[in-house]
Write a protein that binds this ligand. Sequence first.
Ligand SMILES: NC(=O)c1ccc[n+]([C@@H]2O[C@H](COP(=O)([O-])OP(=O)(O)OC[C@H]3O[C@@H](n4cnc5c(N)ncnc54)[C@H](OP(=O)(O)O)[C@@H]3O)[C@@H](O)[C@H]2O)c1
Length: 231
Amino acid sequence: MSLRDRRVVVTGGGGALGVAVVRELVSRGASVRVPAHSERDVEALAGIERVSITPNVDLADEASVVAFYDGVGSDGGAELWASVHLAGGFVWGSIVDATIADLRRMLAMNVESAWLCAREAARRMTKGGRIVNVTAKPALVPASNVAAYAASKGAVSTLTTCLAEELAPRGIWVNAVAPSILDTPANRTAMPDADFDAWPKVDEVARTIVFLASPENAVTRGAIVPVYGRS
Ligand SMILES: NC(=O)c1ccc[n+]([C@@H]2O[C@H](COP(=O)([O-])OP(=O)(O)OC[C@H]3O[C@@H](n4cnc5c(N)ncnc54)[C@H](OP(=O)(O)O)[C@@H]3O)[C@@H](O)[C@H]2O)c1
């Protein structure tokens, strides 16, 4: 899979999955742009070549997202080829203990960010391209105590399949991956007694995402690809 000299945006690029995706893209020759939310994101990407980081971007804020994508094309270089939307968040707990703020936070972090980034990316992909979102297993397989999160990721799944239809005539393939529980330091801390070997590794999921974002993905669009490993 070659992405030599292709320009790719990765939101959430400083997160656990994001760093693995950025490394995989760079290893395939891509030039990567990351909107950083916090100093933690900037630090996580330090030292990786061919990564350009834009600080202080809030992907749930329309003006912030538009300004970021305007900046991606401002140097007159290659047109945006792919936009990979990993930024998002999680909340756990029973609905009887939840607040409306919990639901709104999930919708902002997961749905609004993906919708805004897909719009801005599509506006700039005049020669075709690739968009990859990330949803989650509970959006496909019902589970307890994740209703707000799963509802927001279900919306990301529907966004993905509808945009795949809408943007196909323009040569823009839209897909998503649906992880179960990723093997990340945060999940190991939260679930110390789990079978970590069963969880998909971020490097493994990154390779699936990079395939979907690559020109080698010649025909796959509108897919919600399960990346569950044995979990
Ligand atoms: N981890 C799992 O087990 C799992 C399972 C299924 C699906 N997923 C999904 O996979 C994606 C990546 O997961 P992860 O574990 O890598 O998460 P993570 O480590 O928490 O990274 C999420 C990234 O998104 C960024 N972000 C969140 N809200 C943002 C906003 N409003 N503007 C800009 N950036 C924002 C975060 O920045 P800050 O930290 O600076 O806010 C962080 O860089 C998420 O969408 C998640 O829902 C994860």
